[in-house]
Design a protein around this ligand. Structure first.
Ligand code: IPT
Length: 975
């Protein structure tokens, strides 16, 4: 019957009802010593909250039912709601999960206060215990606690029932760009306290060593008993009360007692400050004593002493203007959907740290509590974001008084939960929810409750970055062109730090111009960085035969971003959704199995703690950190010569203060100008010791400088070799090739090419299906000249190939004349295909990882070698991938060392893989791709940059392939 009482309230269509009988949020961690209720629960899925009961089955807690084969599957939408009903209404078909289990309440809990904690439930939680209504909660990403003392009997079993309603008024403010799921997503636990208990603990620890601990003490009986007091110890040392604040306290070592509030003020000497580079933590134990000295309750916190403040237009951490090299991160897992373990989260943050990130925005809701513990411990700055995104109905909701309680509730409860984490430097009011009075109300609450941290909210800052809005202390735009950011910083109007809340959209093969963006940030006072969108590609592991999520078993994970046969990474539409936003969910810097995408190496280099410069014969090592020296790093020199050699030498790192630099001697005698061709010097920097996020020897960055340029005046080889053979179509006949070299102007569109409109233009021009017409073939001595023409929608393209026999091979000089209308093509170059068996690529050029003209800073020039199959990058939706930039020469060889060698006249973009561009463009997922037996080889004289046009700026003009004349030259030899 009780269940019906709560249902009768229809709380899922009542935005004013944020909770009923839920305990106030607090920062006392009750996880240790609690009784876990995780595991298998009885479960049934009803068609609506009031729908008829059905069959009981079992379901995992924590876990979303949408990933547990219940018939209600994941659905992906970005901005639009998955249903048409306007706020606060919900569709009649509203899947509702009923979870039930019996719990033995420990007999020794007699006389204690018993509390149920539900880590997170999506989107409305109704709780009944022993048939009695216990409470209601909303906010899919924060815990709810309910006092069960009056409804359970220690020593007896109790029946706990959760009714979880999927769609609610709250769904309209949880319209984040992610999969829609439903269920219990975080752990459920039961704990007991003394009737006299710590209701909350607030810790403030500025970097001057002051420690301020405020405790809220309560007693279930109401009035507090006489004589209670609180003590605290830091790293085991009992803290003495600072006398200045001791007025209300009779005894030393004790704290004041004022209406259940206890305050401790003290100063810690010689404090080791916390920063993301130096995550120094102290253990604080707070104890609540009864009058007789016995301990009634205790609470443990890890304290980091640090300051965060905005001075002028700079965000300062411990007085330093730190660069924010952030990533947006969701709680995501390819097997569970939403539920993540401590190990999962640690692995996420370790990857971020290893690739140079120092900040996380918890997009777009408070993350699992463990995430913040790990950020404190590993060293990451956090922008903690409230669970508010009303994207589809943003304008109506921002000022809708019915939603006012929800805004204040969500923001305040996040702050109450997370306030003690040193890693959190900024509170965010949410995402993409327009700007209204509801935001100002929430901001007002935070300002009063926690004046120690700034607030940001993109919606408030976006109209005018300089406007002194109440709701945002930071100008935090998303996807703003860097030129606009620079112009703002130079305008004289800037009033706030400019830190982009989202930038450089990592969908598919993307993140072009990251290095240019950072060069602008670092050289423009007022610009401080941003958060890449985003960490994860949210592909769900799916069985192809029946379309079900593969689930927790994990069979089907393969590694290196690839799924095992019979599986694929599902994106929007793959679960039969009719309303969805396709592959827009796959826009992270790591694959769904957490394999880093090539952009991560680019980011690692840009963010690297060490940089090299070589100017007028002076070699300098720069410390790019804000707080640390170089003691924690080791290094090695690599001298890379065009002659194919790599020489190594130890590289003792000099003492360099943060932000400073030191001249170091050249580790090798300076190369003779041009005699030996170009010469590069690489500093391979690794961890000198085990770090919390990397074992000793982990590569941290590989900065490189050029010591000598290539000789420019090498005379072309005279014609010598055997005659060139062409077939009846005037195409080259060559024993290593199954398809002769032809002109290529197209690539399998990247997501940026698709969503930026380039792919459609290229298709309209017919670049994806060029038809070659031979215009002229003539012999000039031993040279053969072939002139052909390709019709395009913007006029004909003239292409000339001049074949010259040279010793052991053929030199091919090519030119292409692109008509003026063909002013932005994917590439201009040559494509050919090889015989099977040539499975290893050795190259001299940039690498070893994938690189493109506008994403090549992190790929040093060197002598690289990889199996052909490892060159390809399996972006979720197949597209152009696997390219290598700045390639000077390469060989493709079989195990018996036979094969072919190519020398490029000038460094070019090369790709070698098993797929033609049209194979990639035709496939929607990787399991559809059939590798060709030979290699498809592209040599590009020009290749378009990648940009980020799927959401944000396209590549810059300098990386476009212009119309007009292009010339390139290469030599093909047999090994
Ligand atoms: C913006 C969102 O904040 C983010 O959640 C994500 O959707 C991202 O873009 C794109 O993947 S919203 C966009 C309409 C600018």
């Amino acid at each position: 019957m009780g269940r019906d009482h709560l249902l009768a309230l229809r709380p899922w269509e009542s935005p004013e009802t944020t909770s009923w009988q839920r305990l106030p949020m607090n920062a006392v961690d009750r996880r240790s010593g609690a009784l876990s209720l995780d595991g298998s629960w009885h479960f049934q899925l009803l068609p609506s909250p009031t729908g008829a009961s059905g069959e009981w089955t079992l379901a995992d807690v924590p876990g979303v039912w949408t990933m547990q084969s219940r018939g209600d599957l994941p659905q992906y939408t970005n901005v639009r709601m998955p249903f048409a009903d306007v706020p606060p209404h919900t569709p009649a078909a509203n899947p509702t999960g009923v979870y039930e289990r019996s719990v033995d309440i420990p007999a020794e809990w007699a006389g204690r206060r018993i509390v149920l904690q539900v880590g997170a439930a999506e989107s409305v939680l109704l709780v009944h215990v022993n048939g009695r209504p216990v409470g209601i909660s909303k906010d899919s990403h924060l815990a709810a606690e309910f006092d069960l003392t009056a409804v359970v009997r220690p020593g007896d079993p109790a029946t706990v029932r959760f009714t979880v309603v999927k769609w609610s008024d709250a769904s309209h403010i949880e319209d984040q760009d992610q999969w829609w799921h439903a269920g219990i997503t975080r752990s459920v636990l039961l704990y007991a306290t003394d009737p006299l208990y710590l209701a909350d603990v607030t810790v403030r620890a500025p970097r001057d060593g002051r420690l301020l601990v405020d405790c809220k003490v309560r007693d279930t009986a109401g009035p507090l008993p006489e004589g209670w007091y609180v003590t605290a110890a830091l790293d085991g040392q009992l803290l003495a009360q600072d006398t200045e604040f001791d007025r209300l306290n009779a005894e030393d070592m004790r704290v004041s007692d004022f209406y259940g509030e206890a305050r401790l003020r003290t100063v810690v000497r010689d404090v080791r400050p916390w920063t993301a580079e130096t995550p120094e933590l102290y253990e604080l134990a707070v104890r609540l004593h009864r009058a007789d000295g016995s301990i009634a309750d205790s609470s443990h916190h890890r304290v980091g002493f640090r300051d965060v403040e905005i001075v002028g237009r700079d965000l300062l951490v411990n007085g330093e203007r730190v660069f924010i090299r952030g990533a947006n991160r969701h709680d995501f897992h390819p097997l569970t959907g939403r539920t993540v373990t401590a190990d999962d989260m640690r692995a996420d943050l370790v990857v971020l740290k290893r690739f140079g990130f120092n900040a996380v925005r918890t997009a777009h809701y408070p993350n699992d509590p463990t995430l913040y513990d790990l950020a404190d411990e590993l060293g990451l700055y956090v922008v903690d974001e409230a669970n508010i995104e009303s994207h589809d109905h943003a304008h109506e909701i921002a000022d809708d008084p019915r939603y006012l309680p929800a805004f204040v509730d969500r923001v305040s409860r996040m702050v109450l939960r997370d306030k003690n984490h040193p890693s959190i430097i900024v509170w965010s009011l949410g995402n993409e929810s327009d700007y209204g009075a509801n935001h100002d109300a929430a901001a007002g609450w935070v300002r009063r409750h926690d004046p120690t941290r700034p607030i940001q909210y993109e919606g408030a800052a976006k109209i005018d970055w300089a406007d002194e809005q109440l709701a945002s202390d930071i100008a935090c735009p998303m996807y703003a062109p860097i030129e606009e950011c620079v112009a703002h910083a130079l305008s004289g109007r800037q009033t706030k730090p400019l830190i982009q809340c989202e930038y450089s959209h990592a969908m598919g093969n993307s993140n072009g111009t990251l290095a240019d963006t950072w060069a602008a940030i670092e050289s423009t006072p007022g610009l401080q960085g941003g958060f890449i969108w985003e960490f994860w590609d949210h592909g769900i592991l799916q069985r192809v035969n029946d379309g079900r999520p593969a689930g927790r078993g994990g069979v089907g994970l393969y590694g290196n971003g690839v799924t095992a046969p019979g599986h694929r990474w599902a994106y929007g539409g793959d679960f039969g959704e009719t309303i969805h936003d396709g592959a827009f969910i796959a826009d992270g810097v790591v694959f769904p199995d957490r394999t880093p995408k090539p952009v991560m190496y680019e980011h690692r280099e840009i963010a690297g703690p060490v940089r090299l410069t070589y100017d007028e014969g002076v070699l300098r090592i720069h410390n790019r950190q804000h707080f640390r020296g170089l003691e924690w790093l080791a290094a090695e020199w690599l001298l890379v010569g065009a002659d194919g050699t790599t020489r190594r030498a130890p590289a003792p790192l000099p003492e360099v203060p943060p932000g400073g630099s030191a001249e170091v001697p050249l580790p090798f005698p300076p190369p003779e100008p041009s005699a030996a061709g170009e010469t590069w010097l690489t500093l391979r920097v690794t961890t000198a010791d085990d770090e919390a996020w990397a074992p000793l020897g982990t590569e941290v960055c590989v900065p490189q400088v050029r010591l000598a340029a290539a000789a420019t005046d090498t005379a072309p080889e005279a014609a010598t070799g055997p005659a060139v053979t062409l077939d009846e179509d005037a195409l080259l006949v060559h024993p290593s090739l199954t398809s002769a070299p032809r002109l290529s102007l197209w690539r399998a569109p990247t997501d940026n090419d698709e969503l930026g409109g380039m792919a459609a233009r290229w298709h309209d021009w017919g670049l994806d299906a060029l038809v070659r017409k031979v215009v002229d073939v003539r012999e000039e001595g031993s040279r053969v000249v072939v002139l052909s023409e390709y019709a395009t929608g913007a006029g004909p393209v003239r292409h000339e190939q001049v074949f010259t026999p040279v010793s052991g091979g053929i030199r091919i000089e090519e030119s292409a004349e692109l008509p003026a209308g063909l002013d932005d093509v994917a590439r201009v170059g040559t494509v050919f295909e090889t015989v099977p068996g040539l499975d290893v690529l050795d190259w001299y050029g940039q690498g070893p990882w994938e690189s493109y003209p506008d994403r090549s800073t992190g790929a040093p020039v060197g002598h690289h070698s990889l199996p052909v199959d490892a060159l390809f990058t399996p972006y979720l939706r197949p597209q152009e991938s696997g390219g290598r930039h700045g390639v000077r020469r390469f060989t493709l060889s079989a195990p018996d060392a036979t094969g072919l060698a190519v020398e490029l006249g000038a460094p070019g973009q090369v790709s070698v893989n098993r797929y033609r561009a049209e194979d990639l463009a035709a496939a929607t997922h990787h399991d559809e791709l059939v590798p060709r037996p030979g290699c498809v080889v592209h040599l590009d004289a020009a290749h378009r940059g990648l940009g980020t046009a799927s959401c944000g700026p396209d590549t810059s003009a300098g990386y476009l392939v212009p119309s007009g004349s292009h010339r390139w030259e290469w030599t093909l030899r047999v090994l």
